[in-house]
Write a new protein. Structure first.
Length: 353
């Protein structure tokens, strides 16, 4: 399911109930689309979450089931979001929040211990299936649980409100990866953030026989909130697993490798090239109450292509109406110039029950 559909209908069901020390969380999204010209219809179901949580004590929580684990403090690219690869079954919006929310969770067992100013979390996600499936109602464990993985994270408040998070991630045929998330209040209206990951692994363009190498990923920037509630984020992103400028130019001259690389990078949710700049702006109740405006863009430093995206959304108590526009710009084989559509406009109506 992609933005190529001319007509799309989506249904989201969510439940979050508490029974004493127990809590049950379930969320599921079904997308059905129709494409003009070829009269093609398609449907895909995304079981985002389905897990049970047990508060063993005031300071200890145990979760078991399918969990959409979302790590990271950046907005446009999240190096420490280790469970994102292969989790997207459908793309209904390129808004980063939508991409992180409307995806498959991974089956895992997770335990967390809390204390004043900090916490430690440990989880294990087992191998269940090794064969991905595009069938409509398949839970697709072959994507999310194709290998056993683990993650350990620790956070501790050090000075004032400064509480960095450290992560250790690895698993079956996955070398240990170290990550860190940190935010700091620069002034009353500005927050700086840094998200970093480093470890040995294969680059996206590597062959299966290529040796692992040390790669790093970085997202850093700041968010400023103005008096009129406009929030503006500026972010620099670096992805050491993606193609360098030279490798990207070489790929552009080999059609088979070029399109194969793009498909692999999209599934892994990595950047297409090493470096880019990202900007995101949002303003609730803009000009009139209940009217929310959003805008974002990304500029690729390596090939100078870029995209822009705008959304206007009006909210009623049980209905949202939104208009979204996206423009892609660049040379024919650039990151954004090669997109199937140079311009996309879509209207969205959402009903809440």
């Amino acid at each position: 399911m992609t933005l190529d559909d001319n007509l799309r209908m989506s249904s989201t069901l969510a439940y979050d109930g508490t029974f004493g020390a127990w809590r049950v969380i379930v969320s599921n999204r079904l997308d059905a689309g129709w494409r003009a010209g070829v009269a093609q219809t398609n449907a895909v179901d995304t079981l985002q979450q389905a897990y049970v949580s047990w508060r063993a004590s005031p300071n200890a929580i145990v979760d078991v089931g399918r969990i959409n684990l979302r790590e990271g403090v950046a907005s446009g690219f999240n190096p420490t979001d280790f469970f994102r690869a292969g989790a997207l079954r459908s793309v209904v919006s390129i808004d980063p929040e939508s991409l992180r929310e409307n995806r498959l969770g991974s089956v895992m067992a997770r335990g967390q211990i809390l204390w004043d100013g900090g916490s430690v979390t440990a989880l294990v996600s087992p191998r269940i299936d090794t064969r991905p499936s595009a069938a409509t109602f398949n839970p697709d464990f072959g994507e999310t649980n194709r290998r056993t993985r683990y993650m350990l994270s620790v956070s501790q408040r050090l000075v004032g409100e400064f509480a960095p998070q450290w992560l250790l991630y690895g698993g079956e045929r996955i070398s240990p990866q170290l990550g860190v998330n940190a935010t700091a209040l620069i002034d009353d209206a500005t927050v700086g953030f840094v998200e970093y990951a480093i470890g040995r692994g294969n680059a996206i363009a590597d062959t299966a026989q290529a040796p692992e190498r040390l790669t790093s990923k970085l997202a850093t920037g700041l968010t400023h909130t103005f008096a009129n509630k406009l929030s503006l984020t500026l972010e620099y992103d670096y992805d050491g697993a993606s193609a360098s400028r030279g490798a990207w130019l070489a790929l552009q001259n080999d059609s088979a490798r070029y399109w194969g690389y793009r498909a692999s990078a999209s599934v892994a949710q990595e950047l297409m090239t090493r470096q880019s700049l990202f900007v995101y702006a949002s303003m609730p109740d803009a000009f009139v109450r209940h009217l929310d405006l959003k805008a974002m863009g990304r500029y690729d430093i390596d090939d100078h292509s870029y995209f822009t995206w705008l959304e206007a959304r009006y909210r009623w108590p049980r209905t949202d109406v939104a208009v979204q526009w996206q423009g892609n710009h660049g040379a024919s084989r650039s990151v954004y110039g090669a997109q199937a559509q140079s311009e996309i406009v879509q209207g969205v109506v959402t009903f809440f029950f």
